[in-house]
Design a protein around this ligand. Structure first.
Ligand code: HEM
Length: 257
């Protein structure tokens, strides 16, 4: 039997299910996972400053390809930055559909949150707020890293923190990004049933501990790193703009970066 257009629009049995919400959900989860893993790795690399200026210098030239090509190519950092920026924008774009669309929706959610008093509902709100903050502050940081890839290093980064007054931005960005990645990864595990095991209650308790653990660990690591960059930047403020050269470079010119 042939169906008319009207049948297709009015009879739910003849309509194809809309797969777009599921596709968007998948994109949001996949980009979120990549970004959370990137940010945790980023915190480790960048905390190399806690082991001294030379350790951070070694890490910087590693990312510039020195140990693979024998010379520094800061443009590699630009490429990585562009890739991360692309994923970051895609993630934010698909997440926009979950933002309260009007003040009325926002009020309804707030009263719902107060009545429920459920941690997972409240943390969803934290995701909205930290996501909003990160979109602005993360874009500033990524733009700097992409446009000035050669200006990363023990002195360059520390001067940026102190002399160029970036430390307030980094502190707010750190709080937002660590909360967002910690809560986001927990929600991701619940959503897709990762690490579920046989006892759902037990696994949720474990995942909650993991969520708090990562937040406390990376927040502490990040704050200590910022403090270390600030100390170096403060001591170096009279020579801001001067670049770091490890001790061995001064004796054996040209042999190592
Ligand atoms: C390829 C991309 C990225 C590179 C190469 C990079 C590199 C760096 C570097 C070298 C620093 C030290 C300070 C400086 O030099 O200005 C830093 C700090 C920081 N970055 Fe990134 N970053 C990238 C992406 C991101 C993203 C996407 C975020 C979050 C949205 C982020 C969040 C932070 C935070 C919060 C700090 C403060 C440092 C701390 O707490 O220890 N970064 N980044």
């Amino acid at each position: 039997m042939k169906h008319s257009i009207d049948d297709y629009t009015h009879d739910p049995r003849l309509q194809r299910p809309d797969k777009n919400p599921a596709r968007l959900d998948f994109i949001q989860s996949a980009t979120g996972l990549v970004l959370a893993l990137f940010i945790w790795a980023h915190m480790f690399f960048e905390s190399s400053i806690l082991f001294g200026k030379e350790a951070m210098h070694t890490m910087t030239v590693f990312f510039e390809g020195y140990y693979f090509f024998g010379e520094k190519h800061p443009v590699f950092v630009t490429w990585l930055g562009l890739l991360i920026f692309g994923i970051f924008i895609l993630h934010a774009f698909v997440a926009l559909r979950k933002f309260p669309a009007s003040y009325r929706q926002y009020r309804i959610f707030r009263s719902h949150m107060k009545t429920m008093r459920h941690t997972d509902t409240s943390t969803w709100f934290v995701q909205i707020v930290t996501g909003f903050v990160m979109f602005f502050l993360g874009s500033v940081h990524l733009y700097i890293v992409i446009s000035q890839p050669g200006d990363i290093g023990p002195y360059a980064s520390s001067d940026r923190m102190v002399t160029e007054w970036m430390w307030p931005l980094y502190i707010v960005l750190l709080v937002a990004v660590i909360l967002h990645a910690g809560i986001g990864s927990y929600r991701l595990c619940l959503k897709w049933g990762w690490f579920e095991g046989k006892n759902a209650k037990k696994s949720r308790r474990f995942l909650r501990k993991f969520q708090y653990g990562t937040i406390v660990f990376f927040m502490t690591l990040g704050l200590l790193s910022i403090a270390s960059y600030m100390k170096i930047g403060y001591e170096h403020r009279a020579h801001a703009g001067e670049r770091y050269h490890p001790a061995y470079e001064k004796t054996v010119q040209g042999e190592r970066p």
